[in-house]
Design a protein around this ligand. Sequence first.
Ligand code: GDP
Ligand code: IMO
Ligand code: MG
Length: 420
Amino acid sequence: MVDVILGLQWGDEGKGKIVDYFAPSYDVVARFQGGPNAGHTLYVNGQKVVLHQIPSGIFHPGKINLIGNGVVLDAVTLKRECEKVAAMGVDYKKNLYISERTHLILPTHRALDRASEIAKGNDKIGSTLKGIGPAYMDKTGRNGLRVGDLLDKSFTSQYIKLRLKHQRLLDNYNFQEDISNWEDEFFEAIEELRGFNIVNGEYFINDKIQQGKKILAEGAQGSMLDVDFGTFPFVTSSNTISAGVCTGLGIAPQKIKEVLGVSKAYCTRVGSGPFPTELNDEMGEQLRTTGSEFGATTGRPRRCGWIDLVALKMACMVNGVTQIIMTKTDILDAIAQLNVCGAYKINGKEVTEVPFQMNRMQIEPVYKSFAGWQTDISLLKDYDGLPAKMKEYINYINSYLNVPVKYISNGPGRDQIITA
Ligand code: GDP
Ligand code: IMO
Ligand code: MG
Protein backbone atom coordinates (compact mmCIF):
# COMPACT_ATOMS: atom_id res chain seq x y z
CA MET A 1 0.00 0.00 0.00
CA VAL A 2 1.33 3.41 -1.00
CA ASP A 3 0.27 6.84 0.27
CA VAL A 4 1.60 10.06 -1.22
CA ILE A 5 2.43 13.44 0.29
CA LEU A 6 2.96 16.17 -2.25
CA GLY A 7 2.76 19.94 -2.66
CA LEU A 8 -0.29 21.57 -4.24
CA GLN A 9 1.12 25.04 -4.90
CA TRP A 10 4.50 26.30 -6.16
CA GLY A 11 6.59 24.35 -3.63
CA ASP A 12 7.69 24.99 -0.05
CA GLU A 13 4.28 24.09 1.35
CA GLY A 14 5.91 22.34 4.33
CA LYS A 15 6.17 18.83 2.84
CA GLY A 16 9.33 18.00 4.80
CA LYS A 17 7.72 18.67 8.16
CA ILE A 18 4.62 16.71 7.20
CA VAL A 19 6.55 13.69 5.89
CA ASP A 20 8.65 13.68 9.07
CA TYR A 21 5.43 13.80 11.12
CA PHE A 22 3.79 10.86 9.30
CA ALA A 23 6.95 8.73 8.84
CA PRO A 24 6.44 6.71 12.07
CA SER A 25 3.28 5.18 10.52
CA TYR A 26 5.18 3.87 7.47
CA ASP A 27 7.98 1.40 6.73
CA VAL A 28 9.50 3.13 3.71
CA VAL A 29 9.74 6.81 2.73
CA ALA A 30 10.58 7.27 -0.96
CA ARG A 31 11.40 10.33 -3.06
CA PHE A 32 10.07 9.89 -6.61
CA GLN A 33 11.15 13.01 -8.52
CA GLY A 34 13.14 16.23 -8.35
CA GLY A 35 16.62 16.62 -6.98
CA PRO A 36 18.64 19.10 -4.93
CA ASN A 37 16.38 21.94 -6.11
CA ALA A 38 14.17 20.76 -3.22
CA GLY A 39 14.71 22.12 0.27
CA HIS A 40 12.65 20.31 2.89
CA THR A 41 12.85 21.72 6.40
CA LEU A 42 12.44 19.56 9.50
CA TYR A 43 12.88 20.25 13.18
CA VAL A 44 14.53 17.32 14.94
CA ASN A 45 14.74 17.70 18.71
CA GLY A 46 14.38 21.43 18.18
CA GLN A 47 17.25 21.53 15.66
CA LYS A 48 16.50 22.83 12.16
CA VAL A 49 17.64 20.61 9.27
CA VAL A 50 17.13 21.20 5.55
CA LEU A 51 17.16 18.11 3.33
CA HIS A 52 17.69 18.38 -0.42
CA GLN A 53 18.27 14.81 -1.59
CA ILE A 54 17.63 12.51 1.36
CA PRO A 55 13.97 11.60 1.97
CA SER A 56 12.42 13.22 5.05
CA GLY A 57 11.97 9.95 6.94
CA ILE A 58 15.70 9.63 7.65
CA PHE A 59 15.49 10.71 11.29
CA HIS A 60 13.28 7.78 12.24
CA PRO A 61 15.46 4.79 13.09
CA GLY A 62 14.44 1.60 11.35
CA LYS A 63 12.57 3.36 8.52
CA ILE A 64 13.88 2.70 5.04
CA ASN A 65 14.48 5.77 2.87
CA LEU A 66 14.62 5.25 -0.88
CA ILE A 67 15.83 7.65 -3.57
CA GLY A 68 13.78 6.51 -6.55
CA ASN A 69 14.62 6.29 -10.24
CA GLY A 70 12.57 9.44 -10.97
CA VAL A 71 14.98 11.58 -8.92
CA VAL A 72 18.06 13.28 -10.35
CA LEU A 73 20.93 12.87 -7.92
CA ASP A 74 23.77 15.24 -7.12
CA ALA A 75 26.38 13.07 -5.44
CA VAL A 76 28.15 16.06 -3.90
CA THR A 77 24.98 17.37 -2.24
CA LEU A 78 24.16 13.86 -1.06
CA LYS A 79 27.63 13.42 0.48
CA ARG A 80 27.36 16.72 2.37
CA GLU A 81 23.89 15.88 3.54
CA CYS A 82 24.94 12.44 4.73
CA GLU A 83 27.73 14.00 6.77
CA LYS A 84 25.20 16.41 8.29
CA VAL A 85 22.71 13.72 9.33
CA ALA A 86 25.51 11.40 10.53
CA ALA A 87 26.64 14.17 12.91
CA MET A 88 23.09 14.09 14.28
CA GLY A 89 23.37 10.38 15.00
CA VAL A 90 21.73 8.94 11.86
CA ASP A 91 23.13 5.66 10.56
CA TYR A 92 22.41 6.54 6.92
CA LYS A 93 24.43 3.66 5.50
CA LYS A 94 21.88 1.34 7.04
CA ASN A 95 18.62 3.05 6.10
CA LEU A 96 19.28 4.87 2.83
CA TYR A 97 18.81 3.08 -0.51
CA ILE A 98 19.25 4.43 -4.04
CA SER A 99 17.78 3.05 -7.24
CA GLU A 100 20.36 2.07 -9.86
CA ARG A 101 18.14 3.78 -12.45
CA THR A 102 18.44 7.21 -10.78
CA HIS A 103 20.10 9.70 -13.13
CA LEU A 104 23.19 11.58 -12.02
CA ILE A 105 23.60 15.34 -12.11
CA LEU A 106 27.04 16.09 -13.53
CA PRO A 107 29.11 19.26 -12.99
CA THR A 108 28.48 20.20 -16.63
CA HIS A 109 24.70 19.99 -16.00
CA ARG A 110 25.08 22.75 -13.43
CA ALA A 111 27.12 24.82 -15.89
CA LEU A 112 24.52 24.22 -18.62
CA ASP A 113 21.74 25.32 -16.24
CA ARG A 114 23.55 28.62 -15.70
CA ALA A 115 24.29 29.07 -19.39
CA SER A 116 20.66 28.43 -20.29
CA GLU A 117 19.34 30.90 -17.71
CA ILE A 118 21.75 33.62 -18.85
CA ALA A 119 20.72 33.04 -22.47
CA LYS A 120 17.04 33.45 -21.56
CA GLY A 121 17.68 36.99 -20.28
CA ASN A 122 14.43 38.57 -19.08
CA ASP A 123 12.56 35.32 -19.65
CA LYS A 124 14.65 33.36 -17.19
CA ILE A 125 12.91 30.64 -15.18
CA GLY A 126 14.55 31.56 -11.89
CA SER A 127 16.02 28.08 -11.65
CA THR A 128 17.81 26.99 -8.49
CA LEU A 129 20.78 26.37 -10.87
CA LYS A 130 21.33 22.88 -9.47
CA GLY A 131 21.49 21.30 -12.93
CA ILE A 132 17.98 19.85 -12.79
CA GLY A 133 16.76 20.80 -16.29
CA PRO A 134 19.92 19.66 -18.13
CA ALA A 135 20.02 16.37 -16.16
CA TYR A 136 16.40 15.54 -17.06
CA MET A 137 17.11 16.60 -20.67
CA ASP A 138 19.90 14.04 -20.79
CA LYS A 139 17.50 11.44 -19.42
CA THR A 140 14.79 12.04 -22.02
CA GLY A 141 17.47 12.68 -24.66
CA ARG A 142 18.87 9.23 -23.82
CA ASN A 143 22.35 10.42 -22.95
CA GLY A 144 22.47 10.53 -19.15
CA LEU A 145 24.49 8.48 -16.71
CA ARG A 146 22.76 6.54 -13.96
CA VAL A 147 23.76 5.46 -10.48
CA GLY A 148 24.03 1.85 -11.68
CA ASP A 149 26.64 2.97 -14.25
CA LEU A 150 29.00 3.83 -11.39
CA LEU A 151 29.53 0.16 -10.80
CA ASP A 152 30.69 -0.37 -14.38
CA LYS A 153 34.34 -0.13 -15.41
CA SER A 154 33.40 2.09 -18.34
CA PHE A 155 31.97 4.85 -16.10
CA THR A 156 34.87 7.30 -16.53
CA SER A 157 35.02 6.88 -20.29
CA GLN A 158 31.23 7.32 -20.52
CA TYR A 159 31.58 10.45 -18.40
CA ILE A 160 34.31 11.88 -20.63
CA LYS A 161 32.21 11.27 -23.76
CA LEU A 162 29.22 13.07 -22.29
CA ARG A 163 31.39 15.88 -20.95
CA LEU A 164 32.66 16.52 -24.49
CA LYS A 165 29.08 16.74 -25.75
CA HIS A 166 28.26 19.19 -22.96
CA GLN A 167 31.36 21.24 -23.70
CA ARG A 168 30.16 21.75 -27.27
CA LEU A 169 26.81 22.96 -25.94
CA LEU A 170 28.55 25.30 -23.49
CA ASP A 171 30.69 26.64 -26.33
CA ASN A 172 27.51 27.33 -28.31
CA TYR A 173 26.26 29.37 -25.38
CA ASN A 174 29.66 31.05 -25.30
CA PHE A 175 29.69 30.15 -21.61
CA GLN A 176 33.00 29.98 -19.83
CA GLU A 177 33.45 28.77 -16.31
CA ASP A 178 36.20 26.71 -14.74
CA ILE A 179 34.43 23.63 -13.41
CA SER A 180 37.57 21.72 -12.40
CA ASN A 181 36.84 22.22 -8.68
CA TRP A 182 33.32 20.88 -9.16
CA GLU A 183 34.75 17.89 -10.97
CA ASP A 184 37.20 17.09 -8.17
CA GLU A 185 34.34 17.18 -5.67
CA PHE A 186 32.17 15.16 -8.02
CA PHE A 187 34.65 12.31 -8.39
CA GLU A 188 35.27 12.23 -4.62
CA ALA A 189 31.52 11.99 -4.02
CA ILE A 190 31.09 9.38 -6.75
CA GLU A 191 33.72 7.22 -5.09
CA GLU A 192 31.74 7.36 -1.87
CA LEU A 193 28.43 6.70 -3.64
CA ARG A 194 29.76 3.34 -4.82
CA GLY A 195 29.62 2.19 -1.19
CA PHE A 196 25.91 3.01 -0.76
CA ASN A 197 22.99 0.57 -0.91
CA ILE A 198 22.41 0.68 -4.67
CA VAL A 199 19.35 -1.42 -5.48
CA ASN A 200 17.02 -2.38 -8.26
CA GLY A 201 14.45 0.13 -6.98
CA GLU A 202 11.36 -1.21 -8.72
CA TYR A 203 11.86 -4.76 -7.37
CA PHE A 204 12.95 -3.40 -3.99
CA ILE A 205 9.77 -1.38 -3.50
CA ASN A 206 7.38 -3.92 -5.02
CA ASP A 207 8.81 -6.61 -2.74
CA LYS A 208 8.07 -4.36 0.22
CA ILE A 209 4.52 -3.79 -1.03
CA GLN A 210 4.09 -7.54 -1.43
CA GLN A 211 5.27 -8.07 2.14
CA GLY A 212 2.49 -5.74 3.30
CA LYS A 213 4.83 -2.87 4.19
CA LYS A 214 3.52 0.69 4.10
CA ILE A 215 5.15 3.10 1.67
CA LEU A 216 5.05 6.89 1.85
CA ALA A 217 5.99 8.64 -1.38
CA GLU A 218 7.40 12.13 -0.80
CA GLY A 219 6.96 14.74 -3.49
CA ALA A 220 9.31 17.61 -4.16
CA GLN A 221 8.37 21.02 -5.62
CA GLY A 222 4.62 21.52 -6.12
CA SER A 223 1.85 20.77 -8.59
CA MET A 224 2.02 24.23 -10.17
CA LEU A 225 5.67 23.50 -10.99
CA ASP A 226 4.77 20.23 -12.76
CA VAL A 227 6.32 20.15 -16.25
CA ASP A 228 2.94 19.28 -17.85
CA PHE A 229 0.32 20.93 -15.65
CA GLY A 230 2.23 23.79 -14.04
CA THR A 231 2.78 27.31 -15.29
CA PHE A 232 4.97 26.21 -18.20
CA PRO A 233 7.67 27.26 -19.05
CA PHE A 234 8.11 28.55 -15.48
CA VAL A 235 8.16 25.06 -14.00
CA THR A 236 10.65 22.40 -13.00
CA SER A 237 11.61 19.52 -15.30
CA SER A 238 9.74 16.62 -13.69
CA ASN A 239 6.19 15.41 -13.05
CA THR A 240 5.57 16.55 -9.51
CA ILE A 241 2.00 15.22 -9.43
CA SER A 242 0.86 11.84 -8.12
CA ALA A 243 1.30 10.20 -11.56
CA GLY A 244 5.03 10.78 -11.06
CA VAL A 245 4.94 8.29 -8.18
CA CYS A 246 4.31 5.43 -10.62
CA THR A 247 7.06 6.32 -13.08
CA GLY A 248 9.43 7.62 -10.39
CA LEU A 249 9.34 4.48 -8.27
CA GLY A 250 8.09 1.75 -10.58
CA ILE A 251 4.79 1.05 -8.87
CA ALA A 252 1.36 0.47 -10.37
CA PRO A 253 -1.38 3.15 -10.01
CA GLN A 254 -3.80 0.84 -8.18
CA LYS A 255 -1.27 0.50 -5.34
CA ILE A 256 -1.76 4.20 -4.46
CA LYS A 257 -4.33 4.81 -1.75
CA GLU A 258 -4.28 8.20 -0.06
CA VAL A 259 -2.96 11.30 -1.78
CA LEU A 260 -2.31 13.92 0.90
CA GLY A 261 -1.96 17.34 -0.66
CA VAL A 262 -0.08 19.98 1.28
CA SER A 263 -1.07 23.63 0.90
CA LYS A 264 -0.15 26.71 2.84
CA ALA A 265 -3.06 28.75 4.23
CA TYR A 266 -1.78 31.45 1.86
CA CYS A 267 0.53 31.10 -1.13
CA THR A 268 4.18 31.60 -2.07
CA ARG A 269 6.35 31.20 -5.12
CA VAL A 270 10.10 31.49 -5.59
CA GLY A 271 11.51 32.16 -9.05
CA SER A 272 9.80 33.73 -12.06
CA GLY A 273 6.39 33.09 -13.60
CA PRO A 274 2.71 33.87 -13.15
CA PHE A 275 1.27 34.18 -9.65
CA PRO A 276 -2.22 35.75 -9.87
CA THR A 277 -2.71 36.34 -6.13
CA GLU A 278 0.75 37.82 -5.51
CA LEU A 279 0.80 40.77 -3.13
CA ASN A 280 3.37 43.41 -4.01
CA ASP A 281 2.41 45.51 -1.02
CA GLU A 282 2.73 45.70 2.76
CA MET A 283 0.57 42.63 3.22
CA GLY A 284 2.94 40.62 1.01
CA GLU A 285 5.85 41.92 3.06
CA GLN A 286 4.05 40.99 6.29
CA LEU A 287 3.49 37.42 5.08
CA ARG A 288 7.15 37.13 4.04
CA THR A 289 8.44 38.45 7.37
CA THR A 290 6.01 36.59 9.65
CA GLY A 291 6.30 33.38 7.61
CA SER A 292 10.12 33.64 7.21
CA GLU A 293 9.50 33.17 3.50
CA PHE A 294 13.02 32.80 2.18
CA GLY A 295 14.05 29.85 0.00
CA ALA A 296 15.40 26.82 1.88
CA THR A 297 17.72 26.01 -1.07
CA THR A 298 18.76 29.39 -2.43
CA GLY A 299 17.85 31.86 0.35
CA ARG A 300 15.90 33.97 -2.18
CA PRO A 301 12.90 35.93 -0.81
CA ARG A 302 9.70 34.08 -1.69
CA ARG A 303 6.92 35.98 -3.43
CA CYS A 304 3.82 35.93 -1.18
CA GLY A 305 0.09 36.22 -1.79
CA TRP A 306 -3.40 35.04 -0.85
CA ILE A 307 -4.51 31.44 -1.22
CA ASP A 308 -5.57 30.63 -4.80
CA LEU A 309 -8.43 28.12 -4.91
CA VAL A 310 -8.61 28.10 -8.72
CA ALA A 311 -5.07 26.72 -8.88
CA LEU A 312 -5.62 24.48 -5.84
CA LYS A 313 -8.74 22.93 -7.35
CA MET A 314 -6.84 22.06 -10.50
CA ALA A 315 -4.06 20.57 -8.37
CA CYS A 316 -6.62 18.47 -6.43
CA MET A 317 -8.05 17.25 -9.75
CA VAL A 318 -4.83 16.18 -11.45
CA ASN A 319 -3.45 14.56 -8.29
CA GLY A 320 -6.63 12.86 -7.08
CA VAL A 321 -6.11 14.45 -3.68
CA THR A 322 -8.04 12.64 -0.94
CA GLN A 323 -7.05 14.82 2.04
CA ILE A 324 -5.61 18.29 2.41
CA ILE A 325 -3.04 19.30 4.98
CA MET A 326 -3.07 23.03 5.55
CA THR A 327 0.21 24.44 6.81
CA LYS A 328 1.41 27.77 8.19
CA THR A 329 -2.06 28.69 9.43
CA ASP A 330 -0.36 30.41 12.41
CA ILE A 331 1.21 32.91 10.02
CA LEU A 332 -2.27 34.39 9.44
CA ASP A 333 -2.90 34.82 13.21
CA ALA A 334 -2.53 38.60 13.31
CA ILE A 335 -4.20 39.53 10.02
CA ALA A 336 -7.52 41.39 10.32
CA GLN A 337 -8.93 40.52 6.90
CA LEU A 338 -8.09 37.49 4.78
CA ASN A 339 -8.77 37.09 1.08
CA VAL A 340 -9.41 33.86 -0.78
CA CYS A 341 -9.29 33.77 -4.59
CA GLY A 342 -12.22 31.78 -6.04
CA ALA A 343 -12.08 32.93 -9.68
CA TYR A 344 -9.90 34.76 -12.19
CA LYS A 345 -11.17 37.72 -14.18
CA ILE A 346 -9.68 37.58 -17.69
CA ASN A 347 -10.77 40.14 -20.33
CA GLY A 348 -13.73 41.07 -18.13
CA LYS A 349 -14.92 37.45 -17.82
CA GLU A 350 -14.80 35.37 -14.66
CA VAL A 351 -13.30 31.89 -15.04
CA THR A 352 -12.65 29.11 -12.55
CA GLU A 353 -10.24 27.08 -14.65
CA VAL A 354 -6.49 27.61 -14.83
CA PRO A 355 -5.93 28.97 -18.36
CA PHE A 356 -3.23 27.91 -20.82
CA GLN A 357 -0.28 30.34 -20.79
CA MET A 358 -1.24 32.36 -17.73
CA ASN A 359 1.91 34.41 -18.27
CA ARG A 360 0.58 35.86 -21.52
CA MET A 361 -2.62 37.29 -20.04
CA GLN A 362 -3.76 39.82 -17.51
CA ILE A 363 -5.39 37.92 -14.64
CA GLU A 364 -7.31 39.72 -11.93
CA PRO A 365 -8.08 37.55 -8.90
CA VAL A 366 -11.68 37.64 -7.65
CA TYR A 367 -11.66 37.49 -3.87
CA LYS A 368 -14.01 36.52 -1.11
CA SER A 369 -13.04 38.17 2.17
CA PHE A 370 -13.03 36.64 5.63
CA ALA A 371 -12.52 38.25 9.02
CA GLY A 372 -9.21 37.08 10.51
CA TRP A 373 -9.21 35.19 13.83
CA GLN A 374 -6.58 37.45 15.42
CA THR A 375 -5.67 34.85 18.02
CA ASP A 376 -2.40 33.03 18.65
CA ILE A 377 -3.16 29.46 17.58
CA SER A 378 0.39 28.10 17.69
CA LEU A 379 -0.04 26.31 21.01
CA LEU A 380 -3.47 24.82 20.33
CA LYS A 381 -3.73 21.04 20.17
CA ASP A 382 -7.26 20.21 19.12
CA TYR A 383 -9.71 21.21 16.43
CA ASP A 384 -12.51 22.17 18.80
CA GLY A 385 -10.28 24.78 20.40
CA LEU A 386 -9.63 26.61 17.11
CA PRO A 387 -11.25 30.06 16.73
CA ALA A 388 -14.66 30.00 15.01
CA LYS A 389 -13.43 32.49 12.37
CA MET A 390 -10.61 30.14 11.44
CA LYS A 391 -13.06 27.27 11.05
CA GLU A 392 -15.15 29.46 8.73
CA TYR A 393 -12.05 30.08 6.58
CA ILE A 394 -11.17 26.39 6.48
CA ASN A 395 -14.75 25.25 5.87
CA TYR A 396 -15.01 27.52 2.86
CA ILE A 397 -11.82 26.06 1.39
CA ASN A 398 -13.13 22.57 2.15
CA SER A 399 -16.37 23.12 0.32
CA TYR A 400 -14.83 24.97 -2.63
CA LEU A 401 -12.30 22.18 -3.24
CA ASN A 402 -14.66 19.39 -2.27
CA VAL A 403 -11.75 17.69 -0.50
CA PRO A 404 -11.53 17.63 3.30
CA VAL A 405 -8.87 19.63 5.13
CA LYS A 406 -7.90 16.81 7.50
CA TYR A 407 -4.84 18.31 9.20
CA ILE A 408 -3.94 21.84 10.22
CA SER A 409 -0.31 22.66 10.87
CA ASN A 410 0.12 25.54 13.32
CA GLY A 411 3.88 25.84 13.66
CA PRO A 412 7.15 24.40 12.31
CA GLY A 413 7.59 21.93 15.18
CA ARG A 414 6.98 18.20 14.85
CA ASP A 415 4.12 18.29 17.32
CA GLN A 416 2.42 21.39 15.94
CA ILE A 417 -0.33 19.73 13.95
CA ILE A 418 -4.04 19.39 14.61
CA THR A 419 -6.36 16.71 13.23
CA ALA A 420 -9.66 18.14 12.00
P1 GDP B 1 8.94 22.06 1.73
O1 GDP B 1 9.90 22.34 0.64
O2 GDP B 1 7.54 21.86 1.24
O3 GDP B 1 9.39 20.95 2.64
O4 GDP B 1 8.88 23.38 2.63
P2 GDP B 1 10.14 24.28 3.10
O5 GDP B 1 10.88 23.56 4.15
O6 GDP B 1 10.90 24.77 1.93
O7 GDP B 1 9.38 25.55 3.66
C1 GDP B 1 8.43 25.46 4.65
C2 GDP B 1 8.88 26.34 5.84
O8 GDP B 1 7.77 26.51 6.72
C3 GDP B 1 9.96 25.69 6.68
O9 GDP B 1 10.77 26.69 7.21
C4 GDP B 1 9.17 24.99 7.79
O10 GDP B 1 9.94 24.84 8.98
C5 GDP B 1 8.06 25.95 8.01
N1 GDP B 1 6.77 25.36 8.42
C6 GDP B 1 6.17 24.21 8.03
N2 GDP B 1 4.92 24.11 8.56
C7 GDP B 1 4.74 25.23 9.30
C8 GDP B 1 3.65 25.74 10.06
O11 GDP B 1 2.58 25.15 10.15
N3 GDP B 1 3.83 26.95 10.67
C9 GDP B 1 5.00 27.65 10.58
N4 GDP B 1 5.10 28.81 11.20
N5 GDP B 1 6.04 27.21 9.86
C10 GDP B 1 5.91 26.02 9.22
P1 IMO C 1 10.62 22.13 -2.65
O1 IMO C 1 10.67 20.64 -2.80
C1 IMO C 1 10.06 26.02 -4.52
C2 IMO C 1 11.38 26.45 -8.65
C3 IMO C 1 12.54 27.38 -8.91
C4 IMO C 1 12.23 27.84 -10.32
C5 IMO C 1 11.63 26.59 -10.96
C6 IMO C 1 12.63 25.76 -11.75
O2 IMO C 1 11.50 22.66 -1.59
O3 IMO C 1 9.21 22.59 -2.57
P2 IMO C 1 14.73 24.24 -11.17
O4 IMO C 1 15.81 24.39 -10.15
O5 IMO C 1 13.89 23.02 -10.96
O6 IMO C 1 15.23 24.39 -12.56
O7 IMO C 1 13.76 25.52 -10.94
O8 IMO C 1 11.11 25.81 -9.89
N1 IMO C 1 11.64 25.40 -7.67
C7 IMO C 1 11.14 25.40 -6.42
N2 IMO C 1 10.42 26.33 -5.77
N3 IMO C 1 10.37 24.86 -3.90
C8 IMO C 1 11.08 23.91 -4.54
O9 IMO C 1 11.29 22.67 -4.02
C9 IMO C 1 11.54 24.17 -5.86
N4 IMO C 1 12.27 23.49 -6.76
C10 IMO C 1 12.32 24.23 -7.86
O10 IMO C 1 12.58 28.44 -8.00
O11 IMO C 1 11.22 28.81 -10.27
MG1 MG D 1 11.28 23.81 0.09
